[in-house]
Design a protein around this ligand. Sequence first.
Ligand code: HEC
Length: 466
Amino acid sequence: MDVLKSLASAPSVEHYHLLLLIGALVSIVLYPYLGFLLGTSYLSNRFNRKGRKERNALYLRLAKNLAEIALVNKTVPTVFALLPALSLLFVYAQLLQSTASLAVSFAGFGFIALLAAVILLYAYKYTFQLGDFLEGYKEVLQSTKKPGDGLSSLQEYSDSNERLHLLFGQYGVVLTVVAAFFVASAFVVASNPVNWEHIDSIFSLFLSFDVYVRFLQFLALSAGATGFGVLFFTFSWNRTEEEPGEAYAALVRTLSMRLITGSLLTLPVLLLLGYFLLPGESLSGVLFGIAGLSLGFLLLAAQFVYTYERGKEPHHAASALYVFGCAAALLSVNDQVALYNATKGQAAYLSYRHETEIEELKSKLGVSGVVLTGEDIFNAKCSACHAVDQKKVGPAYKDVVPKYVGRKEQMMAFVLNPIKINPAFPPMPGQGLKPAEADSIVSYLLRKLGPADTKGAAPGQTAPKK
Ligand code: HEC
């Protein structure tokens, strides 16, 4: 998957923001849908086996409906799962190019597993229908006067269909879990710069606590999406169908309520734990604001479910699902905010590379514009507040520049986007430099004050006092 990273070209700042936006939009649909797919297919398998063993028609009916909800037609999984997972892969490849991060590979594994899972779950759904059809045919044959050989070969066929059917279901669920795990890992590895270096193989991934917390978060979301979704699709969606019937309705209600309660109790705790594990640079006020808002939505969803339980009004089940969907959407947006916070430095570096690439292209084409020298920029933009050897509004360069020797990128990142450093000074205002300009002023200062030149420079001007 690293090929993708090397194919990507450095994005400009606008392009970078666009990438984050695409990431946010696709994860808003991907996570809840993937959770719903996992929940419904897992439960469908469970009720299917249980129903067959206990010859319980109600369980089988539930299993069949669950197998169909998330995969009604081919468009739904394509639009809600496959395309988003693929887009996420490309977003990571662009954002994390030239880093060591394995997020792109993990997102790639996730996509492949998801593709296989969707195919298997489709086969599971079709063999379910085929099984029903074969049963019906068997009954017809049995009721005729002389069933003959037809019946035994039919029996054989339907047995093998059932064996395959159960296998498809089982492996479909396993692969969905694998896909979800890798999608979760890709995010964990992308949103924390420490993990870019730290998680350097699948093994270190399995040893990382963060990944498990994230995966548990996903499972809690999945339980919620399944509970709210099943409630909605059984009682509120498509009311023209026949009434579900008392016993069936009760079964669905108990199941959904359990899922919803489990989800609403665990999700907030796991979310807090997740924020706690993010590094300082990935956190921000916006992040906590959105998190608070999504907790509010979760509470509201709980309230709607409670009202639904009491009055059994279908539209309350619908509102509960919508509100839960809003909470889930906000959580996905939050992921993107964390990713934005984590990749800010990376973005500054990439947009610098973008500009140099463009400059190179321009000079190749002979349309190169005038580039200001470091000295020009110093005189125009910095000299008001800085001098080499005396303190003005900002610190003397001889006191601050030497610490950046060998760390040119960090110095560029500071000049492009100053942060508060020394409490003895006011914060430095942003200078609105282009990355290429920041490059020249920083190179100029480092040349002037770096170790190689200090001896040769005019006395009193540059020799740093220790
Ligand atoms: C309006 C005043 C002002 C201007 C203009 C200004 N700076 Fe600063 N600069 C400051 C202040 C104040 C600080 C101390 C900030 C702090 O420590 O939080 C500072 C700190 C710095 C530092 C030290 C950072 C560190 O790690 O301690 C560097 C390097 C720097 N400025 C470079 C520049 C360059 C290059 C320019 C011109 C493009 C520039 N500054 C323009 C006010 C200014």
